[in-house]
Design a protein around this ligand. Structure first.
Ligand SMILES: [Zn+2]
Ligand SMILES: [Zn+2]
Length: 292
């Protein structure tokens, strides 16, 4: 379960067609092969992510930025997703999953993990630099682990005591509330919380030349920025939009190498509405996983 499922359920994201089945962090076994499908064998365990299909012909796809494709399809938005017994997937967009990882631990890697990884690249933190993480849910707790393995100092700023406890457990360098000033200027930051109010807060915490990457597909309105205090000194504000397959492959390789582990809470599939409500109210730390 991803926060995007919640945005869809609550109407922040308009559905692409009525009664679309949500869910885009799917772990399943190949049950049948379509005509011409040969990348996987029957019974193989695969991961199905948010990026379901790109046209591979628009100018963005041709230059390697398929995350910006002009006519993409997304799992659980354009195409029926994983809150189901089965789904259809284009094999070219599925992932082989690292062995030795349970289904429950693998699922959150497929959107939370991959998008967090792209956001980390976007934040462009120099070697041995400091990274600020605003909001600490499913995506952030995976990204923090990667950042620490890459040698960054990680400062977590988030509301929600459970989220702060999880950050402490993971061994980050400091933990505070979202309004706190981090203990050092940030050489890069990622905003995971869907709260535009935090943009100026995070921008003020950046060191000169540093970037704030906004990870979410949806953000509440950003207040007016004060140029001198929040943007000058070449501070940069950028968004992160979906991901390329390359991001996914690179992240899954790193996740296996660093033994990145998702903190998960299991729900039966029938309790999906409860799980979404618990996500909306921040009632758990980490990521919720629905089981068939
Ligand atoms: Zn394209
Ligand atoms: Zn997602």
């Amino acid at each position: 379960m991803c926060r995007t499922d919640l945005h869809l359920a609550e109407g922040d994201l308009p559905p692409k067609h009525p009664a679309v089945v949500p869910g885009h962090e799917i772990v399943g076994d190949v049950d049948a092969l379509g005509e011409g499908a040969h990348r996987f064998s029957l019974g193989d365990r695969v991961g199905v992510p948010w990026l379901a299909r790109t046209d591979q012909s628009c100018r963005y796809c041709r230059r390697g930025d398929e995350n910006l494709c002009e006519s993409p399809d997304f799992t659980g938005w354009d195409l029926d997703g994983g809150y189901a017994d089965a789904c259809l997937v284009d094999e070219a967009f599925a992932y082989a999953l690292p062995a030795g990882l349970s289904d429950e631990k693998a699922a959150p890697l497929l959107c939370a993990g991959i998008i967090g990884y792209r956001s980390l690249l976007a934040a462009d933190v120099p070697t041995a630099g400091s990274l600020g993480i605003y909001g600490f849910g499913g995506s952030a707790h995976l990204t923090a682990q990667v950042a620490m393995h890459l040698g960054m100092r990680v400062h977590v700023l988030t509301r929600g005591e459970q989220n702060r406890d999880l950050a402490v457990d993971l061994g980050v360098d400091s933990v505070g509330t979202a309004a706190d000033v981090p203990p050092e200027p940030l050489d890069g930051a990622i905003l995971f919380a869907p709260a535009g109010d935090l943009v100026p807060v995070a921008m003020r915490a950046l060191s000169p030349g540093a970037t704030l990457a906004v990870a979410g597909i949806w953000l509440s309105d950003i207040p007016v920025l004060k140029y001198q205090d929040e943007l000058f000194h070449e501070r940069r504000l950028r968004s992160v939009t979906a991901n390329t397959r390359r991001d996914g492959e690179d992240f899954l390789t790193l996740a296996a190498r660093f033994a990145i582990s998702a903190t998960t809470v299991a729900y039966p599939m029938a309790d999906a509405p409860t799980a979404l409500e618990d996500l909306a109210h921040g009632r758990f730390g980490g990521a919720a996983v629905l089981h068939n």
